[in-house]
Design a binder for this molecule. Sequence first.
Ligand SMILES: [Mg+2]
Length: 245
Amino acid sequence: MLRLIYDLRVIRSLPIRAAVFDGDDTLWRTELLYDRARAAARKIVERQGVDPVQWEARQRIIDVENVSVYGFSPSRFPASCLQAFREVSSDVKYERDEEAERRIVHAAQSVFRNNPKRIPYATSVLRTLKKRSVRLGLLTKGDPSIQSDRIERSGLAPFFESIEIVPDKTPKVIRGMLKRLGALPSNAWMIGNSLRSDIVPALRVGVKGIWIDAPVWEYEKKSIQTPEALVVKARDIREVLEVIA
Ligand SMILES: [Mg+2]
């Protein structure tokens, strides 16, 4: 009995640790959904006698440009696919093919119809962290309806004490999340696949970063300098367990 009381005291005196996870391409594969939808739209483009390589190159550029127009709303990606088609096909076609355009948009929208796959080992990593008394938060950026749907379909929601969908992961947002989890920034980690969106804002508030080198889309591919000492580069999510031991 004495021993048990002693153990409880030791446990209580430990600082509260927190791990805040990104969602897209950290816990579930989002880029794959976009790649598949783009490939489906590209096939339709090709059947229209339009150069698919040129279309794809333009689509990727336009999609990043369109962030300033549509933000992260579900309209952006289909609109970029359509816009690229109109632009590239204007060299070979003189009339607008409404049926082809409708099919391209439909193919692009499959991003939001298909279920994203969970990243391998995501569930076991979250379960182990919970066993280690690490408080878990999920902080995801994007359209609220799309993201809440993905969180729901991922089946991972029950692991998190706090879940937030935000337009941007600002230092203020991260501080708010840590407050809810009851952890100090010095005892917290941010885990994500984007240096720009996940790691840099975390470092600004003194949270350490675990950067998982997974695919990011063009918008996130900005070269970023981070202080090496505060960021651990992980090959996959399992390495999180080595850092937060
Ligand atoms: Mg991500």
